[in-house]
Design a protein around this ligand. Structure first.
Ligand SMILES: NC(=O)c1ccc[n+]([C@@H]2O[C@H](COP(=O)([O-])OP(=O)(O)OC[C@H]3O[C@@H](n4cnc5c(N)ncnc54)[C@H](O)[C@@H]3O)[C@@H](O)[C@H]2O)c1
Length: 263
């Protein structure tokens, strides 16, 4: 392992939504760079499988099955971070659900549920972890939003509004937490190859659909002409987690293959 890959040795990290997809890739990358990681997810069996597999590879990882929208579970999560990791340096707010409900079918309760998981939980998780983070000389929060936090698309209202909230929450939280030495930044992924990209109507993976291949690949709406594997999002996230990020806070990094650079 090179020096660079040990750059997060002695750091303690918590990643929400870490059982699979982007969260699992971020947990793996943090561990690969030497951090001890608490993986948090609502899906117990998948969380255990991911944690076991990282642990067999030599990573210092622990699992916590919990719901980021449940206040009591956030308090328990903080106690577990203290007990298992001895504190916390890095929080990655990644857990979310997909929603593609058209406006005419969108109910207040579904809208509220999406805001609770995809937006509000990032704030309450940060608040619950703050006593631990404020005690760290290397405290970092990274929020995983989305390209849909800065753009809209059809049938994206509940999800896009929540992600837009996470984008601006990042700026407001960065200002509030600067005196405590906590740097807060945000990653907006574009199209990423995870289970979230499987179409809710059961018709398959969106990246395999004709419209996606035509618009985004053939005609280059994604200038790099491909979706990203979750590992590429994870590697971009590492800058915000480590010491190279010492004078950057409240910033939004789009990791989208260039979609947002075109129109
Ligand atoms: N996949 C994409 O194309 C894409 C694009 C832009 C942004 N994102 C964002 O990246 C992040 C990760 O998405 P992904 O593609 O890996 O999705 P995913 O569905 O594969 O993983 C999300 C994880 O979050 C967990 N989770 C959901 N609700 C939870 C809760 N209440 N408490 C704890 N855990 C919970 C799920 O169990 C799952 O393991 C999300 O914030 C998502 O909005 C994804």
């Amino acid at each position: 392992m090179t020096e660079d890959l040990r750059s997060l040795a002695n750091r303690r990290a918590l990643v929400t939504g870490a059982a699979r997809g982007i969260g699992a890739a971020i947990a793996a990358e943090l561990a690969r760079r030497g951090a001890a990681v608490l993986l948090v997810d609502i899906d117990g069996p998948e969380l255990d499988a991911t944690t076991d597999s990282l642990s067999r590879g030599g990573a210092r990882v622990h699992a916590f099955r919990g719901d980021v929208t449940a206040e009591a579970e956030l308090a328990e999560m903080a106690r577990t971070a203290q007990a298992r990791l001895g504190g916390l340096d890095i929080l990655v707010n990644n857990a979310a659900i997909l929603d593609a409900t058209p406006l005419d079918a969108l109910t207040r309760s579904r809208y509220a549920e999406v805001q609770e998981i995809n937006q509000n939980a990032a704030l309450w998780t940060a608040k619950a972890m703050l006593p631990l983070l404020a005690a760290s000389p290397h405290a970092r929060i990274v929020n995983i939003a989305s390209i849909l936090g800065i753009r809209g698309t059809t049938d994206s209202l509940a999800y896009a509004i929540a992600k837009g909230g996470v984008v601006n929450m990042t700026r407001a939280l960065a200002v509030d937490l600067a005196p405590k030495g906590v740097l807060v930044n945000c990653i907006c992924p574009g199209f990423v190859d995870t289970r979230m990209a499987i179409l809710p109507d059961g018709s398959g993976h969106e990246h395999e659909a004709d419209w996606f291949r035509d618009v985004y690949i053939k005609y280059g709406r994604i200038p790099l002409r491909r979706p990203a594997p979750p590992e590429e999002i994870a590697r971009a996230t590492m800058f915000f987690c480590g010491d190279d990020c010492s004078y950057v806070t409240g910033q939004i990094l789009l990791v989208d293959g260039g979609i947002s650079a075109t129109f």
